[in-house]
Design a protein around this ligand. Structure first.
Ligand code: GAR
Length: 180
């Protein structure tokens, strides 16, 4: 299955997807970024085509040129327009660093999530892979991994633990979706 990965940041999740390609039936044919970021460098270093754009019509066209079958959001920090979500219904998945529906929605991304989880005194956190709909973090859940929150956890230490599980769960889920 030919996939496109959308990213905005350091791209460690993208790197895990690149490194795991050999174990699963997916191929990253395109990386789309909406800003200059390390994720784009990682894609270029691996010889993957990249597109830097915020123009959703252009993005849609380039996806078609690369015959993309599924889109994976891996730390992509932008709101996707409704028409695009509807066109790609059940073909866009996202990884979110909490156990949705907890700690999701607008403004809840990256370290904001881990800070909120630690402040709330939660005993467990984790990550969620879900289909993307027009409602932010509101699409149906595909899979979750749970991690404990330790008493002495800081947002940073929790983020590290959650990100380790994200890097296992996301390639597995994509691999499973390839079979269907
Ligand atoms: C990941 O932890 C991902 O779950 C999170 O951003 C990080 C990206 O890190 N995504 C969200 O918060 C989306 N709501 P990376 O740039 O190193 O892959």
């Amino acid at each position: 299955m030919k996939i496109a990965v959308f990213a905005s940041g350091t791209g460690t999740t993208l790197q895990a997807l690149i490194d795991n390609q050999v174990y699963y039936d997916y191929q990253i044919s395109l990386v789309v970024v909406n800003r200059v970021c390390q994720a784009r460098e990682r894609a270029e270093d691996s010889g993957i085509s990249t597109l830097l754009s915020k123009d959703w019509m252009q993005i849609d066209q380039v996806l078609a040129e690369h015959q993309i079958q599924m889109i994976v959001l891996a730390g992509f920090l932008a709101i996707i327009p409704q028409w695009f979500c509807e066109k790609w219904d059940k073909k866009i998945i996202n990884i979110h660093p909490s156990l949705l529906p907890k700690f999701g929605g607008k403004g809840m991304y990256g370290m904001h999530v881990h800070k909120a989880v630690v402040s709330a005194g939660e005993q467990q956190s984790g990550c969620t892979v879900h289909y993307v709909s027009a409602e932010v973090d509101g699409g149906s859940i595909i899979a979750q991994s749970v991690v404990p929150v330790m008493q002495d956890d800081t947002p940073d230490s929790l983020a590290q633990r959650v990100q380790q599980t994200e890097k296992k769960l996301l390639p597995q889920v994509i691999g499973d979706l390839c079979k269907h």
